[in-house]
Design a protein around this ligand. Structure first.
Ligand SMILES: *Cc1c(COP(=O)(O)O)cnc(C)c1O
Ligand SMILES: [Zn+2]
Length: 423
């Protein structure tokens, strides 16, 4: 069978077959990409977002109804005086055929990532997360029976709920913050048979998120002038840029890359500060008093302290290549924008998506975006109220609660034994 894609390193140009690599085998630092044999996208007759399997680094698929949906806005567009505003929605909204039961576009990352791992390596995936990512992987695990290890800070334990009981989920809580969860996750990934999900470095995560742009362009029948998204790591912005390069190469969607408008939630805005200062690197001054700043944001999924910003092929390059703009929204603006969206478009938003709407409003008011430009507004999560009233969700009880007193040997032993069931 001919492979449908290979991996390519944008730094040294090396092309190589996928062995679940997260980096270039020659040691380059840039983000490796998937290069697909099919240069013209066809919509496949496959479930959920696997209809975009032409441009996902997988050969198989999973049974799912999860996919982005896109429609042209009249209510919000009218309110803001915009003539060509399109909404691409990731979440749960049955009236619009949106069935993302974990509620956010992290599920578009989890689905192809779990297929890619199963096809390219033998082992169990590990995710360290403070919320939406962990829940998305838990949800895919609950629906497919594929094992996953999720490590979260103790405070985030209630965020790991699923629409079906997650019987193949190992949930570990850490008495500490997100960084402590990441550190424990890294240690556990040294055990044989455990693979890190890799964040922005994972081509399956990026190309899964890139389906937001694909769905938008296919529905609009053209690439938009702007792609608007709230960012924490910026991976969604990188993914949108990469997807739009493929759509330009396809030839049927126009020849101009959409400009990225990426938004962070004040007062934690490291990427905005670095980009507006024209710096490829985020410096300490870009995130003064991070703990205090993070405690004041409305959308804590947007508070990544080590985003893939300056890395070759990262957020800085994506912004530069697309004549992109970064802006901010305050927590109050975001709350008001979330209320407005719910009132007039008719669905509740994830706080991060509310930040995105607030950022759009600012950009229109300040003239960055012109009223007649075509806009693809990425609503990256929403419909939680509908999920909780329509679906009996269950919160997963932690399988292991790690405290300061837990010996690392006993943690390793526990996890090793759990993984051996799936080896
Ligand atoms: C994670 C997340 C984001 C930010 O994603 P990036 O990786 O920074 O692009 C935005 N909205 C929601 C709902 C999220 O869960
Ligand atoms: Zn390389």
């Amino acid at each position: 069978m001919n492979p449908t894609y290979q991996l390519v390193c944008p730094s040294c140009g090396l092309r190589f077959p996928d062995e679940y690599n997260l980096t270039c085998p020659s040691g380059c630092t840039g983000l490796i990409r998937a290069e697909y044999t099919t240069s013209q996208l066809s919509i496949r007759d496959l479930p959920g977002l696997f209809r975009y399997a032409d441009w996902l680094p997988v050969t198989g698929h999973l049974p799912t109804r999860s996919a982005p949906i896109c429609y042209k806005s009249t209510a919000l567009a009218g309110k803001l005086g915009l003539t060509d505003l399109w909404i691409v929605f990731a979440g749960f909204w049955p009236e619009r055929s949106a069935y993302v039961t974990s509620g956010s576009f992290k599920e578009f990352e989890a689905l192809p990532t779990m297929v890619r791992l199963a096809e390219r390596a033998k082992g169990v995936i590990l995710v360290a997360s403070a919320g939406n990512t962990g829940r998305a992987f838990a949800e895919v695990s609950s629906k497919t029976g594929k094992p996953v290890i999720v490590v979260v800070p103790e405070k985030a334990r209630d965020r790991i709920w699923t629409s079906t009981p997650a019987e193949h989920l190992l949930l570990i809580t850490v008495d500490g913050d997100y960084t402590d969860a990441i550190n424990l996750g890294n240690t556990l990934c040294t055990l044989p048979g455990i693979y890190p999900e890799g964040g922005a470095k994972n081509v399956a995560r990026r190309d899964g998120m890139g389906t937001m742009m694909l769905e938008g362009a296919v529905t609009m029948k053209h690439l938009p002038d702007w792609y608007v998204q709230a960012v924490g790591s910026g991976t969604g912005g990188i993914a949108a840029w990469e997807a739009s390069m493929r759509l330009v190469a396809d030839g049927r969607f126009g020849s101009d890359l959409p400009r990225l408008l990426l938004i962070q939630n004040e007062p934690f805005i490291p990427m905005v500060n670095a980009y507006q200062a024209g710096r490829r690197d985020i410096i300490a001054d870009d995130m003064k008093n991070p703990k205090e700043a993070i405690s004041r944001v409305y959308a804590d999924v947007l508070t990544n302290r080590a985003p893939p910003f300056g890395i070759p092929g990262g957020v800085y390059d994506a912004l530069n290549a697309t004549k992109g703009v970064m802006t901010t929204a305050t927590s109050d603006e975001a709350k008001a924008a979330g209320e407005l969206f719910k009132d007039i478009e008719g669905i509740d938003l994830d706080p991060a998506a509310a930040v995105c709407v607030a950022g759009l409003i600012r950009a229109v008011k300040s003239g960055i975006i012109k009223p007649d430009e075509s806009i693809l507004l990425a609503i990256t999560g929403g419909g939680y109220e509908r999920i909780h009233s329509n679906i009996p969700t269950s919160v997963h009880t932690p399988d292991l609660e790690v405290t300061q007193d837990t010996g690392s040997e006993s943690v390793m032993q526990f996890v090793k034994e759990w993984v051996s069931r799936y080896a």
